[in-house]
Design a binder for this molecule. Structure first.
Ligand SMILES: Cc1cc2nc3c(=O)[nH]c(=O)nc-3n(C[C@H](O)[C@H](O)[C@H](O)COP(=O)(O)OP(=O)(O)OC[C@H]3O[C@@H](n4cnc5c(N)ncnc54)[C@H](O)[C@@H]3O)c2cc1C
Length: 722
């Protein structure tokens, strides 16, 4: 060490180090949290956290494409299974038809993530996601049923953590549906706090001399559990007699349990908002399994939490973003076509400004969400495990799902409220809160995971400093601390200069319409990085508990991430002129949310003298915002584009299943567009002025219009069967 450093360590760093330790001023991290933090990688989130994102690098990341096999599967098998499934009948009978179950198994829908050598389809994350997305546009039950075996469950755990013999036994059987899997983690006392599970496994030596585990468990909300033949089970493993020589408490462990074993009770069912996918509690009393049933064998003992966190870190970016993007695309398709065919006050409701404002917003949201989903899947397919980006995707996509379904239902009015085979939205609406709740309920995901984990995981120094503090390593802490201070000063200056120049100081990677967005993103990143360090300095360990503050930081990070992905989409799709408005509204609404979050942080972060400083910052933010008010004209123009230009609508809502009622809606919209001039003539000059051809166009359009705007009505007997 140099003399300077020696002196610095002695008179500054060491006393500070001792103070931080004694007062617990840096967030402490429990072992379970450490495992969650170490799961996955840091990707673009790290750049956004640095205050100086390298857009050259970010925009050069590969964008995913479907393989020929995946495209063919979507065009054939997925189309066919949708055509075989009436979502209404599924709700009436409270199950998928037998022929659909059989088709799903035979065509290996349950083995999309299983490699071909084990009999699965070996799809990429993007291919797998497109299948789930398309199924979700037709039937949430179909999508959830296919999604679960392909997400966090036995197959995923077997692929990454099991012994070869376990893989060889189970994977082919899971791929062709001989085995139906479920994964049981959640318990009555352990929901969001999943690490506190009570289900236990006690090691004992049986009469035959073999080591066995006796399980007691009470699980709930487990998807597919009532029909599962193999149960992935998380339990706390104990060895009271120390038979393994590893001590008594062996930690959370995962095993594969044959559902036929005595003591397992699969007889009960939950009813998740009437959506009839299989979801149930699961009980086990004195269930005996072999030690070889542990995933990963003896190597897997005590590694259950790590396995789950690592799988969840990736899975969050695939399943729920796929169903949510599917539902959002469906909502936008239905809203923009229905608003053409539904007439009130003598004109299409889409021509009312109130409606077109909502459609405009939905269009921009769909563009942004699909962009973020695709960008994230590209990273996963490229081998990354971006834990924070995936948590952002889980939260943002499911919130957008909820919002857009509600918006589309507002536009459909009574037709969306009245259930029946004609209704396209109600069942998706039932599914929205389910997506919000699972794989990390949204409130905790927003307030704790997006930023709380992000701050520690993606920050260039925070986690390393905490580690050095925990290890008592003053020298490393000193080096990190001074690099950190330089980082804060640099970001402070950058944020200030970029603020004064409204971002113009940043040289964008490209000219054209995107240049300003990139400049503002760079500015937002510098301000975010600087302010998050200020918050860490002010609140220390309390930052974790101040969830309303960290939630707002999470919102900023999420918006920056989604907007970066949207720019990437615009570039990848050839910077299309007709997409410029979608891009503009998506970006401006993101910047507006960023402004709102910064002001919220300034308002609530500190009181006293700093509170006064922050009041001045609020004033600055108000006169120098990132965003600008979204113009009505822009929203109306998007709506006009979506209601009148089938090509743009198709591109925005691609990969939705276009059979059945969606096809009818499309045909009715098309017929009305074709009859538009004739209808206007009819209105101004009367029926006699119409040519024969025009009369035919009007007749056809009116017929289809009547059919598509009709709602279901039931006889008393039918109603009481519903
Ligand atoms: C339909 C359905 C299917 C499911 N499938 C499965 C499955 O197959 N396998 C499985 O193991 N589990 C499954 N789950 C469980 C699911 O993952 C958990 O329900 C979820 O993690 C939330 O647990 P909880 O419902 O007990 O809510 P709670 O944990 O009680 O949370 C209640 C509320 O408190 C919030 N909250 C909790 N802690 C905090 C915090 N620290 N800060 C801020 N807010 C907080 C949550 O965000 C939530 O809003 C399923 C659940 C449902 C509803």
């Amino acid at each position: 060490m140099s003399v300077l450093k020696n002196t610095r360590v002695k008179y500054f760093t060491k006393p500070l180090f001792n103070l931080l330790k004694a007062k617990g001023l840096l967030p402490s991290i429990s072992d379970t949290e450490k495992t969650a933090l170490r799961a996955g990688d840091v990707w673009v989130e790290g750049d956004l956290f640095s205050g100086r994102p390298d857009f050259d690098k970010i925009f050069s990341y590969p964008y995913p494409k479907l393989s020929d096999q995946e495209q063919s599967f979507l065009d054939n098998e997925v189309e066919e299974v949708c055509a075989m499934t009436s979502d209404w009948t599924v709700f009436q009978k409270r199950d998928l038809p037998k022929k659909v179950w059989k088709y799903l198994k035979v065509k290996r829908f349950f083995g999309m993530i299983i490699p071909k050598e084990y009999g699965g389809l070996g799809f990429s994350a993007y291919g797998h996601s497109c299948v789930i997305e398309k199924l979700a546009t037709h039937s949430q039950v179909l999508a959830i049923t296919v999604m679960v075996p392909n997400s966090l469950g036995p197959a995923e755990l077997l692929l990454h953590y099991s012994l070869d013999k376990q893989k060889e036994h189970y994977l082919p059987r899971l791929a062709d549906g001989r085995e139906i899997p479920c994964f049981a983690l959640t318990e009555p006392e352990a929901g969001s706090d999943a690490a506190s599970i009570q289900s236990s496994g006690i090691l004992f030596k049986d009469d035959d001399g073999k080591l066995k585990i006796k399980l007691q468990f009470e699980k709930r909300y487990i998807t597919l559990s009532a029909i599962a033949t193999v149960i992935g089970l998380a339990f706390v493993f104990k060895d009271p007699e120390n038979l393994l020589g590893m001590g008594e408490n062996l930690g959370i462990t995962c095993a594969l349990v044959d559902a036929k074993i005595e003591g397992i009770d699969q007889t009960k069912r939950h009813d998740p908002l009437n959506v009839p996918f299989v979801n149930a509690p699961l009980f086990g009393k004195d269930v005996v399994i072999g030690i070889d049933d542990i995933i990963g064998g003896r190597e897997g003992i005590g590694k259950g939490w790590k396995m789950l966190m690592e799988s969840l870190a990736v899975g969050r970016g695939i399943s729920l973003p796929s169903t949510s993007t599917g539902a959002t695309k469906l909502a936008t398709f239905v809203a923009s076509t229905y608003s053409v065919v539904r007439y009130q006050f003598g004109i299409s409701i889409g021509r009312f400004e109130g409606i077109s404002e909502v459609i405009g917003r939905m269009g921009a949201d769909t563009y942004l969400l699909d962009a973020a989903k695709t960008f994230t899947l590209g990273a996963i397919d490229n081998g990354a495990k971006p834990a924070v980006a995936n948590a952002i995707m889980k939260y943002q996509s499911t919130e957008k799902f909820r919002k857009n379904i509600l918006d589309a239902m507002d536009i459909q009015g009574g037709a969306a409220i009245s259930r029946g085979p004609k209704n396209l939205l109600a069942h998706a609406y039932f599914g929205a809160p389910i997506a919000i709740t699972v794989e990390g309920a949204n409130i905790i995901t927003r307030t704790l995971i997006q930023f709380g984990q992000g701050m520690i995981r993606c920050h260039p120094y925070a986690y390393k400093e905490i580690e050095a503090l925990e290890k008592g390593d003053v020298e490393t802490f000193d080096t990190l601390l001074f690099s950190h201070i330089t980082h804060v000063i640099r970001n402070g200056f950058r944020s200030c200069l970029l603020g004064l120049t409204r971002g113009y100081l940043h040289r964008p990677r490209r000219g054209g319409v995107t240049a300003r967005y990139e400049q503002k993103l760079s500015w937002a990143s510098a301000k975010f990085a600087f302010l998050s360090d200020v918050a860490l300095g002010l609140l220390g360990a309390d930052l974790k508990k101040r969830e309303s503050i960290s939630g707002r930081f999470g919102d900023i990070l999420a918006q920056m991430y989604m907007m970066t992905a949207t720019l990437k989409r615009f570039y990848e799709e050839g910077e299309k002129k007709e997409d410029e408005l979608l891009l503009k509204v998506a970006m401006e609404s993101g910047f507006n949310k960023i402004d709102e979050a910064f002001i919220g942080i300034y308002q609530n972060l500190a009181k006293g003298v700093l509170g006064v400083v922050f009041k001045f910052k609020i004033f600055c933010s108000n006169i120098n915002p990132f965003g600008s008010i979204i113009k009505d004209d822009d929203l109306h123009s998007i709506a006009t584009l979506l209601t009148s230009n089938a090509q743009v609508r198709e591109r925005l809502c691609h990969n939705i299943y276009k059979g059945g009622r969606v096809q009818e809606l499309f045909l009715a919209t098309d017929a009305l567009q074709k009859a538009k001039k004739a209808l206007e003539k009819l209105k101004s000059l009367g029926e006699k002025a119409l040519e024969k051809e025009e009369k035919l166009l009007v007749k056809n359009a009116r017929k289809l219009q009547k059919e598509i705007t009709a709602v279901d009505a039931f006889t008393k007997e039918e109603y009481f069967k519903c």
